[in-house]
Design a protein around this ligand. Structure first.
Ligand SMILES: [Zn+2]
Length: 163
């Protein structure tokens, strides 16, 4: 696939005596795309027109499919978060004042290990993976997949846009 929009550009060349000045615009096939924030226009050579038309269409289909995926994942996350919310319990229940000691949770294994060796603290609690595993086990126990399947959007038909 090729990035960019494929279309017919019609324009005036600027010569006041040219036929384009009377409305017969010059037409040429181009591919436009944004590169590092700049709008670029590339002329399409005649011999590559069919090929590039196809490849840019392919890229557009990919982008549409990707947008659907992003939407689905957002929905999935919302469901998972909702499920987690339901399982969340207030603790401690009588809200005693929080501990005065500052607790820092860092996800920089190397930095944490180095600090540990320097003796900056004396205990490491491994959190993360075990919690995730437990969480996903919970998701399966709660039959989350069925819940997701029920609210999943149905597969859309592919629509070809004429060029
Ligand atoms: Zn002209």
């Amino acid at each position: 696939m090729v990035q960019g929009s494929f279309y017919l550009l019609r324009r005036k060349c600027g010569n006041p005596r040219c036929r384009c000045a009377r409305g017969e615009l010059h037409a040429s096939w181009v591919i436009t795309r944004s590169e590092a924030g700049k709008h670029r226009i590339y002329p399409v050579p005649d011999e590559a027109r069919a090929w590039l038309r196809q490849l840019t269409a392919e890229y557009r289909r990919y982008q549409r499919a990707r947008a659907v995926l992003v939407k689905r994942h957002q929905k999935m996350l919302a469901l998972v978060d909702g499920l987690a919310e339901l399982r969340l319990r207030p603790w401690p229940e009588n809200h005693p004042p929080p501990m005065a000691d500052l607790e820092i949770i860092e996800h920089h294994p190397q930095r944490v290990m180095e600090a540990f060796r320097r003796g900056e603290f004396d205990q490491i609690e491994i959190i993360g993976e075990a919690d995730e595993k437990e969480f996903f086990e919970l998701c399966f126990r709660e039959k989350m997949l069925q819940v997701l399947a029920e609210s999943m959007p149905t597969e859309r038909k592919k629509i070809e846009v004429p060029l």
